[in-house]
Design a protein around this ligand. Structure first.
Ligand code: URP
Ligand code: ZN
Ligand code: ZN
Length: 479
């Protein structure tokens, strides 16, 4: 089926245009002020008057099928991508989870291909995970980038497979040579260990102590360290994932003033939820069964912060210091989260959100006049596609690009609720939040896969995306 979208406002990161758009065989074939076609049963006509059409959302930070040691996340490549599609996201780049100690990069790649194939309903790729560094991993990176199309890798400064500074330098230097982007989870492992042991020794194991033992300084220190290590590694471009605090943001701003290629991502949870969630004993639906249950829903790393940091992050989004908004979707059920009733350290870290990102940023950003509609498109679609080697096939409405399109009705009012979500988690972190504007249709390579909140796509429609190495223009910071 081909689609003719009429009377739309087509929005890109740099332009908005009133035009009609025709898709054919999964590609945007034509954009023109008025496209009239002879009667053709193979073309569905959609009247999008009063609506925005944006390039499909590109979420470059999800964790599907991830095993975090104490639990296995509940969304796989079917439920996670259905949820993404229903929220206006048409491409994900998933962080391959951890494999057995010492495993190769290809080991995880093969596992993730098997997880996604035949299940994904939208297009997808993966970031490589660097669990350890040795000659064989450094060697293997080349074929991952050039043959397998994996042009970004993630390393952790905390958790079980953290790298030390010399390993980080080795990874940065090698990935820089290969024009691959290094993504970092920045938290100071030693400081967290010290603070965590201290609160637990005092018998303080409620959810709030998860946040208090991972304060903003732990994250900011690691952000600053990464910025300096990247310089030492020959000006390697870096991508800071899930930035949650204003101190780290300031370090990034200073790096930009020196022209350093430091790209920062934040997530809707850090822009719209705050640290008080950990102290809450009742949710939107009334009293919880256990005093910790409500707080456990929000256990993630880094944790939610106070309103100072939230305001700083919005400032960073508005002034362009923050390049992308992704979700870090890592969903668990309440049954899994309830392991934290015995102490926050037993609660699996992560929250669902892949379905909430596009509508939430549209409502909180565009409809509240914090960012323009073009800047919104840049944050949720164009810039992630550019940084991760998917542009101009993704992240752009133009003739020849993939017909990944989302129609947003700015008049649609939605109160977020678990009942409306399509993932497998049984709670929504944004329960009760009122949004102005919502995606009403999602097309993936020309197929209508969501109509008015109903998923109409098919498992296996999603294709693996072989990504390009980092574009030269992202080797230096330029606004
Ligand atoms: O708590 C989180 N963020 N869980 C997912 C893994 C990660 O750190 O990105
Ligand atoms: Zn992380
Ligand atoms: Zn993550």
């Amino acid at each position: 089926m081909n689609v003719l979208i009429k009377n739309a406002t087509l929005v890109n990161a740099d332009t908005s245009e009133r035009a009609d758009l025709l898709t054919r065989d999964g590609i945007i074939e034509r954009i023109a002020p008025n496209i009239e076609l002879p009667e053709d049963p193979s073309v569905e006509i959609i009247n999008a008057a009063g609506h925005y059409v944006i390039p499909g959302g590109v979420d470059v930070h999800t964790h599907l099928n991830i095993d975090v040691g104490i639990a296995q996340s509940c969304d796989d490549f079917y439920s996670g991508t259905v949820s993404a599609a229903c929220g206006g996201t048409t491409t994900i780049v998933d962080h391959m989870g951890f494999g057995p100690a010492g495993c190769s990069l290809h080991h995880q790649l093969e596992r993730y291909h098997a997880f996604a194939r035949d299940k994904a309903v939208i297009d997808y790729s993966f970031h490589g995970t660097i669990q350890h560094i040795d000659d064989s991993i450094l060697e293997e990176m080349e074929s991952m980038v050039l043959e397998e199309g994996i042009s970004s890798f993630k390393l952790y400064l905390t958790y079980g497979y953290k790298l030390d500074d010399s390993q980080v330098l080795a990874a940065l230097e090698r990935l820089n040579q290969l024009n691959a982007l290094t993504c970092v989870h920045p938290e100071n492992d030693g400081a967290i260990r010290f603070l965590k042991e201290k609160v637990l020794a005092q018998g303080s194991n409620a959810p709030i102590y998860h946040a208090l033992s991972r304060p903003p300084e732990c994250e900011a220190e690691a952000v600053g360290r990464m910025i300096n290590l990247a310089t030492l590694a020959g000006d390697a471009p870096i991508y800071i994932v899930h930035l949650s605090n204003g101190i780290g943001l300031e370090y990034i701003r200073q790096a930009h003033q020196r022209g350093q290629a430091v790209f920062a991502e934040t997530c809707p949870q850090y822009l719209s939820l705050d640290i008080n969630k950990y102290n809450s004993s009742t949710g939107e639906n009334g009293a919880a069964e256990h005093p910790y249950d409500e707080g456990l829903k929000y256990i993630m790393s880094p944790p939610l912060r106070d309103s100072y940091h939230q305001n700083q992050l919005w400032q960073g989004v508005m002034d362009g210091t923050i390049s992308t908004v992704a979700t870090d979707h890592c969903a668990f059920t309440m049954a899994q989260k309830r392991a934290g009733r015995d102490g926050f350290q037993y609660c699996p870290n992560g929250i669902p959100g892949v379905e909430n990102r596009v509508p939430l940023l549209f409502s909180e950003g565009v409809m509240k006049d914090r960012i323009s509609i073009n800047h919104f498109v840049e944050l949720v679609s164009t810039r992630p596609a550019q940084l991760f080697g998917l542009y101009p096939r993704k992240g752009l409405i133009a003739e020849g690009a993939d017909a990944d399109l989302v129609i947003i009705d700015p008049k649609r009012e939605v109160t977020l609720s678990q009942r409306l979500m399509h993932g497998r988690s049984d709670y929504c972190p944004y329960e009760g939040m009122k949004l102005q504007g919502y995606p009403i249709m999602t097309l993936s390579r020309g197929e209508i896969i969501v109509r008015d909140g109903h998923f109409t796509g098919k498992p296996g429609h999603g294709q693996f995306l072989h990504r390009q190495p980092l574009n030269e223009c992202f080797r230096y910071w330029e606004k």
